[in-house]
Ligand binder design. Structure first.
Ligand SMILES: C[S@@+](CC[C@H](N)C(=O)[O-])C[C@H]1O[C@@H](n2cnc3c(N)ncnc32)[C@H](O)[C@@H]1O
Length: 314
């Protein structure tokens, strides 16, 4: 008879190659950590299970957990959580698993909100429908809601919107907003809408910050570089754009951003390291043709020095 700890160690040594291929860097400790979350989100005290005798039939949830590991299902979809910017987000297969590089998007957003507030407090926003001192922001393609909710946890007062084309993603983001509401200043507001990019907004509606981590993988050209676990388990809608529609999709999005950004407002976009320079050149060209009206457009690298973000200032 084995304890759960002994069982986990044996499982790890028996499946080591498979586990390391599917879960890079995984350790026994990490599996136990995920198991703890798995229990936190649905079952009894983890400590009780850790030191008790492991009985496969009786502790059914444990069996299910290890069966899912054997299938290579991403850990966040097994334990139904992922930590992002110091909060635990509820995750399921309707939404992308939040990535660590996206935390930089939150950091940059907060920095830009501080700058905008300093430069514009009390003098822009005369056309705004929000309370005069609130900064208006929108997160496009919100998924689990990790970006907008993390911004709201760290800054106020903000009048925020979050949109996604997927109704299930919107439900997940609402759930996270509800779960994490205790960390958010009550002066902040957040509304959710199911929309394609910025369609559906009133043409006069404008924002200080538009932030987005939209799908950015070309369905055919880039698929060979997508990790099998991502390809098999994460939602297509969150990942891919058809190769032949890629440029058109972004051109339209950038025009919408141009229309809905306040003067001195900022747009922060996460993208694919191969395509960010192409999008940058496209925007520069559109600015020089007066098809877009941004005064600044910059490429920003992630922590691994890959071209990861675009920043436009209106
Ligand atoms: C890369 S995921 C990002 C999710 C989340 N913001 C994050 O950073 O983890 C892209 C999200 O955009 C949504 N999406 C895809 N096409 C969209 C569109 N045309 N308009 C709005 N959202 C879209 C997907 O449903 C998905 O939730």
């Amino acid at each position: 008879m084995e304890t759960l700890l002994q069982y986990t160690k044996r499982f790890f040594s028996e499946h080591q190659n498979f586990l390391l291929n599917n879960y890079p860097g995984i350790t026994v400790r990490r599996i136990l950590q995920e198991l703890e979350y798995y229990f936190t989100f649905g079952y009894e005290s983890f400590d009780h299970f850790l030191n008790s005798i492991y009985l496969e039939d009786y502790y059914n949830p444990v069996t299910i957990f290890f069966k899912k590991l054997e299938q290579g299902i991403p850990l966040a979809y097994i334990s139904n959580y992922r930590q992002f910017c110091s909060s635990d987000f509820y995750i399921n297969r309707d939404v992308l698993i939040p990535r660590s590089e996206t935390e930089l998007l939150v950091e940059m957003s907060i920095k830009e909100l501080k700058r905008i507030e300093k430069n514009n407090f009390n003098n822009s926003n005369s056309n705004s429908t929000s309370t005069p001192d609130s900064l208006k922001i929108i997160d496009v393609g919100t998924g689990s809601g990790c970006i907008v909710i993390s911004i709201l946890e760290h800054y106020y007062p903000i009048d925020a919107q979050a949109t996604d084309i997927s109704a299930n993603a919107i439900e997940m983001a609402k759930r996270n907003y509800y779960l994490l509401n205790f960390k958010i200043n009550p002066q902040n507001k957040l509304k959710f809408y199911q929309n394609d990019r910025l369609f559906g907004l009133d043409s006069e509606e404008k924002f200080h910050l538009i932030v987005s981590n939209p799908p950015y993988i070309k369905k055919n050209a880039d698929v060979k570089n997508v990790h099998t676990q991502v390809r098999l388990h994460e939602p297509e809608l969150a990942l891919y754009i058809d190769d032949e529609k890629y440029e058109e999709w972004y051109t339209l999005f950038f025009k919408q951003v141009d229309q809905h950004l306040l003067a001195d407002g900022v747009f922060l976009l996460e993208g694919h390291e191969y395509h960010i320079p192409t999008l940058y050149n496209m925007v520069k060209k559109m600015i020089s043709n007066s098809a877009l009206h941004f005064k600044e457009c910059t490429i920003i690298k992630d922590l691994t020095q890959k071209d990861r973000f675009l920043k436009f200032i209106k």
